[in-house]
Every structure is written in structure tokens, then in C-alpha cells.
Design a protein around this ligand. Structure first.
Ligand SMILES: O=C(O)CCC(=O)C(=O)O
Ligand SMILES: [Fe+2]
Length: 240
């Protein structure tokens, strides 16, 4: 239950319950799943006995699917796949976030997760049969129908920045209910943490000026700790 948000394994409720003023109605277990995977698996819990093996198989297959999806996204943007970003993803940074939202006696007084967008290129989200995820669409919260065994693919802040705004990172939140607990597994995928990400040079010219500042993980953490973080989203803070 580390207060260090960079720790490879964390258990908790909100982003950093040592500091956050408002806690969320959820428990999470975060597993860092950087590539190559064998470098982090040893830091994962060794109980239950098959956790490492099952989670490693899941992480590997999930990362493979992510690479196929991001390759398609780069192709759609007209960016040659064999260069730049895709090559870096062989040593990319991923996190598996296992979320459990217990049933809540007063669900209207809280949230499982407050409105946010994901800090990554793409999120592959597996959810059970209990609804709870909502996305902001044209100024209204829409509930996403859970389809067990399928992934919801969310565009994250990094893809909006990298595509210079052509892909949009979606604001989303999680509501809880009074009768049924809900479980979801979110896998966040991006470039290595020390890599600075900005709009792809291929997408910028005189008619399409750069719309976002460069960013890295240190900028993100500094933003969360700042007062700016109280009334703005991280993505808004990177807009030019
Ligand atoms: O539980 C969900 O459906 C969404 C989880 C989520 O948005 C997150 O972990 O960032
Ligand atoms: Fe999210």
C-alpha cells in the first residue's frame, strides 16, 4: 500500500490516499507491466500462487492486441508504422489496473472513479456484467453497456497529443450501485515513462500547427500536485 505512485505494485482506493482529500468507492491493485515483462513479474505478488503466471499471460496477450490497434491507428493517421512510435513500443510502459467497486449503501453520494481521462495511448478495458462506466458525450454522461468478454478501447491523453487532436481522449467516470459489486480490469499502454511525447512531426505543417505541448510522466505528476490540477484536466493544461 505504497504512497509512491511510481511503485510497480500498488494497492489502494484513490490515486494517492496518503494525500487525496476525496476518496473513491473502489479498491484497486495496480501491476506495472513494462516490456520486457520478465523484468517486472518478480515484483508482483506471489500469492495467490498462480497470480504471476496468469497475469503475465494476460499482460502479454493484451500488449500484443494493443500493438495491433495502435498500428492501425498510425496507419489511419498516415504515419509510416516501421518508424518512431511503434518501434519504441517494444519497450513500452503498461499498467494493469484491477478495480473492484463494492456495492454502496448511498451510491448517489459518491463515485467509483471521478471524471478523468486516461494517461496513456490506449486503454483496453475488460468489465464484468454490472454497468457503471459512463462517458461524456456532447455534454451528457452516457452509460456504456457492459458486454462481458469484450474490450472497451479508450483513447488516452497520449494519443490525442500524438495525433495533434485528431483522436480525442474521452472523459469518463464510474458510478456505483447499492446492490452489486463491480469488477473491471483496465490495461493502460504507452511509451516508456521517460519518453517525452508530443504531436507527431508528420502531422504538423503550416495549415496544421502544433496544438499541444510536449509532456512526460514527471510533468504529469507535477500537474497532479499543483493547484492547477484542482480545476483543469491534465490534457487541458497541455493545450496551446
Ligand atoms: O471501471 C471502469 O469501467 C473504468 C476504470 C477506469 O476508468 C480506470 O481505471 O482508469
Ligand atoms: Fe479511466
Amino acid at each position: 500500500m505504497s504512497a509512491d505512485v511510481r511503485a510497480p505494485v500498488r494497492y489502494g482506493t484513490s490515486f494517492n490516499q496518503a494525500k487525496d482529500a476525496v476518496l473513491f468507492w473502489r479498491d484497486f491493485l495496480k501491476l506495472a507491466s513494462c516490456q520486457p515483462l520478465h523484468a517486472v513479474v518478480g515484483s508482483w505478488p506471489d500469492e495467490p500462487a498462480d497470480l504471476r503466471e496468469v497475469a503475465a499471460r494476460y499482460a502479454m496477450a493484451n500488449h500484443q492486441l494493443f500493438k495491433e490497434l495502435i498500428e492501425a491507428a498510425l496507419e489511419a493517421l498516415g504515419i509510416p508504422c516501421r518508424r518512431g512510435l511503434l518501434r519504441e513500443l517494444a519497450a513500452g510502459y503498461s499498467q494493469i489496473m484491477l478495480n473492484c467497486y463494492p456495492a454502496c449503501p448511498q451510491p448517489d453520494l459518491t463515485l467509483g472513479l471521478p471524471p478523468h481521462s486516461d494517461y496513456c495511448l490506449l486503454t483496453l478495458l475488460l468489465q464484468d456484467h454490472v454497468e457503471g462506466l459512463q462517458i461524456m458525450h456532447h455534454g451528457r454522461w452516457l452509460t456504456v453497456d457492459p458486454v462481458p468478454g469484450s474490450f472497451v478501447v479508450n483513447v488516452g491523453d497520449h494519443l490525442e497529443i500524438y495525433s495533434n487532436g485528431r483522436y480525442k481522449s474521452k472523459l469518463h467516470r464510474v458510478r456505483v450501485n447499492s446492490t452489486r459489486p463491480r469488477i473491471s480490469v483496465a490495461s493502460f499502454h504507452s511509451v516508456p515513462v521517460e519518453r517525452v511525447i508530443g504531436p507527431a512531426t508528420e502531422l504538423i505543417d503550416e495549415r496544421n500547427p502544433r496544438r499541444y505541448m510536449d509532456t512526460d510522466y514527471a510533468t504529469f505528476l507535477a500537474f497532479l500536485a499543483s493547484t492547477e490540477g484542482k480545476h483543469k484536466s491534465f490534457l487541458q493544461s497541455r493545450k496551446l
